[in-house]
Design a protein around this ligand. Structure first.
Ligand code: INI
Length: 158
């Protein structure tokens, strides 16, 4: 066991405000990601009053909504949920890469956790696997990452 001072987030500090920015494109999948994220937050003690869902048309619209939500100053973390499926778009790379790049930049410019829960997959089967079936639920994973990072940021800021 290391004696080195180690800072790590945990799931104890449930009192925080979370925005979940959700794109409607591929809503059949995204609805399950949203459900998974909200369920994970609630099961770890976050109250409904501290969860706000913000809906946008597609993954490319997510970053602006994240930016506005972050700038408002009301949220401790923003969780981005969407689904980009290669099989159904010839500009898969643009949608997948641009949304991911913008979210990384926003986390740094806003200074709050911005969690990328946008599924980028080859086909609908892979999306279903990651939206609550055999490969878990990426929305729930994103929510857990958000909680951990809120806790870590509080420790680093204190
Ligand atoms: N948006 C998605 O969220 N997922 C996709 O798979 C997708 N495809 O296939 O194109 C998609 N496109 C829409 C895009 O995000 C914007 O909403 C649209 O281009 C308007 O700006």
């Amino acid at each position: 066991m290391t004696k080195v001072k180690t800072l790590e987030g945990d799931f104890a500090g449930a009192v925080a405000n979370y925005a979940i920015v959700v794109s409607r494109f591929n809503s059949y999948i995204v609805d399950s990601l949203q459900e998974g994220a909200i369920d994970a937050l609630q099961r770890n003690g976050v109250k409904d009053a501290n969860i706000t869902v913000i809906k946008v048309p597609g993954a490319l619209e997510i970053p602006l909504a994240v930016q506005k939500a972050g700038q408002a100053g009301d949220f401790d973390a923003v969780i981005a949920l969407g689904t980009v499926i290669r099989g159904s778009t010839y500009h898969f790379e643009i949608v997948a890469n641009e949304s991911a790049r913008s979210l990384s930049e926003l986390a740094l410019s806003l200074g709050i956790p911005v969690i990328n829960g946008i599924l980028t997959v080859e086909n609908i089967e892979q999306a279903i696997e990651r939206a609550g079936t055999k490969a878990g639920n990426k929305g729930a994973d994103a929510a857990m990452a958000a909680m951990e990072m809120v806790s870590l940021v509080r420790k680093l800021d204190s």
